[in-house]
Design a protein around this ligand. Structure first.
Ligand SMILES: C[S@@+](CC[C@H](N)C(=O)[O-])C[C@H]1O[C@@H](n2cnc3c(N)ncnc32)[C@H](O)[C@@H]1O
Length: 396
């Protein structure tokens, strides 16, 4: 696993050392394997595994596959899973992105198995510096017991809605959500220590790109803090439950119909967006597709799956062989999709690293708006925060 993580670009020696020390297989008894795609679907085809004292190499190979998440809680087949242990490459990336220093206090939203909490304790040098909360009390009971048995006594494991934070353990130098959130929570901002940062996989179309955010130090206005942020990586997580769950910003719906009308793509679009690149595992083609999907979801709330716009039962999507449309609104959705693709190409095909983010509390927006509320080209209203997005100039 460590060799594979290095090959995938993980360079942080302290994180690799922690992942060497903390036995991932000790955090799971029964699991289902998720294919290395973005959205854990929890479909009926998933294979179940059990980790026992005599576990075979095959089972351990699944647990230690650097690129694959494993599901640890799912109810009915076909219903999305509610808990997973993220792929080691995502766990390692997030721990590196947090830039942890020994002695810092950390809040984790989404205890799951307790694996990431143990890694945090290892990196901070003291389990008592870690507080972790999960909405599923059956998970926190198991995780607390497991962490104790494995020698991580002192990690504070709480059951509850992470959107409320854990006020009696605040302030925190770092807050990390390991679940796909719809918004940042005002409680996290209040519980963040001065100079602290938060790392949140934030729902965006059908994805949860990770956003690193910090309080805006240049702020002079009174009232709730605004935050600045950057996208730091691409990922897909199980969706948040509880307070944030009822807000739907993008309608991520069922798979596309099988009988679309397909027309050729304009050549400028076909040159950069080639969906067959995903199947062939071509990393350049895949990066372009994901980058366009991010931009599409910024521009249109009807963005659902990757490179798809949908409205009621109509949809349009870019697929191998052209532009597919279905339903009475399909042709109009198709024109809009190509228009947004042309804009993205004109902007230089921006990726995650080109966006500057700003999060402004929505009440203050209603009271007359902050400095960016009119000047930023795009914004997304979440629950408590309006996310503004601007593009940096392309690198020379
Ligand atoms: C990807 S798993 C976390 C994996 C975990 N960090 C680990 O190392 O095993 C996401 C977890 O978030 C939890 N969750 C979902 N909504 C939540 C909420 N509102 N507050 C706290 N936890 C939540 C789920 O129950 C699930 O266990």
């Amino acid at each position: 696993m460590l060799g594979e993580l290095r090959r995938l670009g993980i360079e942080d020696a302290r994180v690799l050392e922690a992942m060497d020390q903390v036995p991932r297989h000790a955090f799971v008894e029964r699991f289902w394997r998720v294919p290395p795609s973005l959205e854990p679907s929890g479909g009926p085809e998933l294979q179940e595994y059990r980790v026992t004292d005599e576990s075979s190499d095959t089972v351990l190979a699944q647990v230690y596959d650097a690129s694959a998440a494993i599901l640890i809680r799912r109810s009915d087949p076909g219903v999305p899973a509610t808990s997973s242990i993220s792929a080691p490459v995502i766990v390692a990336s997030m721990l590196s992105e947090l830039q942890l220093e020994p002695g810092q206090r950390v809040l984790e939203i989404g205890t799951g198995s307790g694996y990431n909490a143990a890694l945090l304790a290892h990196l901070l040098g003291d389990p008592a510096l870690v507080t972790t909360v999960d909405i599923d009390p059956s998970l926190t009971t198991e995780a607390a017991e497991r962490l104790r048995t494995l020698g991580y006594e002192g990690i504070e494991v709480r059951a509850g809605d992470g959107a409320l934070g854990v006020p009696d353990r605040a302030p925190f130098d770092r807050i990390i959500a390991t679940v796909g959130c719809v918004d940042l929570a005002p409680a996290w901002v209040t519980q963040l220590a001065p100079g602290g940062t938060m790392l949140v996989p934030l729902e965006h179309g059908a994805m949860h790109p990770r956003v690193l955010m910090w309080c805006d130090q240049s702020e002079t206005r009174p009232g709730p803090a605004t935050l600045r942020g950057r996208f730091v990586g691409r990922s897909g997580f199980v969706r948040v439950q509880g307070i944030q769950a009822s807000r739907i910003i993008w309608p991520n719906e069922s798979p596309p119909p099988t009988d679309p009308v397909t027309t050729p793509l304009p050549s400028a679009v076909a040159q950069v967006l080639d969906p067959s690149g995903l199947d062939r595992g071509n990393p350049v083609a895949a990066r372009a597709i994901w980058n366009f999907a991010i931009y599409l979801a910024v521009r249109d709330r009807r963005a659902s799956r990757i490179m798809t716009l949908s409205d009621e039962s109509s949809r349009a999507w870019i697929r191998s062989g052209g532009l597919a449309t279905h339903g009475s609104l399909g042709p109009a959705l198709g024109r809009r999709l190509l228009e947004i693709a042309a804009d993205w190409i004109d902007l230089g095909c921006p990726g995650l690293d080109r966006y500057a983010l700003r999060f402004e509390p929505i009440p203050s927006v209603a009271e007359g708006g902050g400095p960016d509320s009119k000047s930023s080209p795009w914004s997304i209203d979440r629950i408590d925060y309006r996310q503004h997005l601007t593009l940096d100039s392309p690198a020379p």
